[in-house]
Design a binder for this molecule. Sequence first.
Ligand SMILES: *Cc1c(COP(=O)(O)O)cnc(C)c1O
Length: 372
Amino acid sequence: MPAIRFRSALDRISSYRPTEGANGAAPPRPLSANETPHTPLPGVVEAIAAAAASAHRYPDAWCRELSRSIARAHGIDTDRVLVGAGSVSLLQALFQAFGEPGDEVVYAWRSFELYEELAELAGLRSIRVPLDDAVHDLPAMADRVTDRTRLVVVCNPNNPTGTVVGHDALRAFLSRVPETCLVALDEAYIEYTRAPDAARGRELCEEYPNLVVLRTFSKAYGLAGLRVGYLLGAADVVAQLDKTCLPYAVNTVAQRAAQAALGLQAELAHRVEATVAERTRVRDALLARGWCVPDAQGNFLWLGLGAASAEFGRWCMSRQIAVRTFAGEGVRVTIGLDQDNDAFLKAVADWGDAPESAAPERGGAAAEAAKR
Ligand SMILES: *Cc1c(COP(=O)(O)O)cnc(C)c1O
């Protein structure tokens, strides 16, 4: 039988391997996937159960009720909202909207690893701009935008380093990007952000019609298992992106659960505040031990361990703590339940001193690795 000839891009993409400990599998302390440790908000499970009764029907292809609620929450028209099966499917829609020969996408590195794969699949050339001390280097990114650039992705807060870009810095960046080039702000963790000067993406959308903002119900809202996210942007941009989405992608159960969760802002804020307080506690404990941890604005911390990353990841695993390891660069640890965070701090204490790459003098391991 002749060998099946797939697109050569597939050879450059590795199969997605879920992080160890995700999906509820062992080990028991799941700090690897940036999930909330809280079960769905009150009433959400009931909304899910009720929606199951209509499983013999196709879902609302336009997610009308949910889109209206999201639009109302942001004070914008419904035609500026696009709901998708997780924000990754909207990211895919974005990347799929470009990709003529020679088209380029600019994003920071290290950032969300999926950007690289989506670029390959879309046939876009990736321009990866190294982080500057774990933070997006927006001036350097603007320098790399040319007339071939169709898309720029800014992850804010950045996964995995947790840092944010400032509002004025992002505005200055947007003023340098041609209006023909789309900029996507991935705000998967924005609910956890407390930096007073952090970029307010939605506001900047009013000023820059080439800016879209991505949000998700997977992280703070606690619905990772149901796959719902959304995009906010100019109506004509939304209409174009909609064409690249599969119809009926967001099922009824997910739509109703997101709708219910959206109405529970007070309870959500309460949970998010608890995670933010834990983030401060865990980070302060690490700083006190001499570790360098970038300013964390998501529900996770970044340890720039450099060459010691894999060994540290295995050390955590041996203590039944799943963390996300980026070999040669660093380790990302999710803020989980208090007792799981305590177990992590204990593991750190038993590990010994912070390696040089994660100590304050350097801390640039991620930036070093990004120069590869
Ligand atoms: C988790 C995450 C998402 C969310 O993905 P969903 O498909 O909505 O679950 C998007 N972007 C980044 C950077 C993330 O870390």
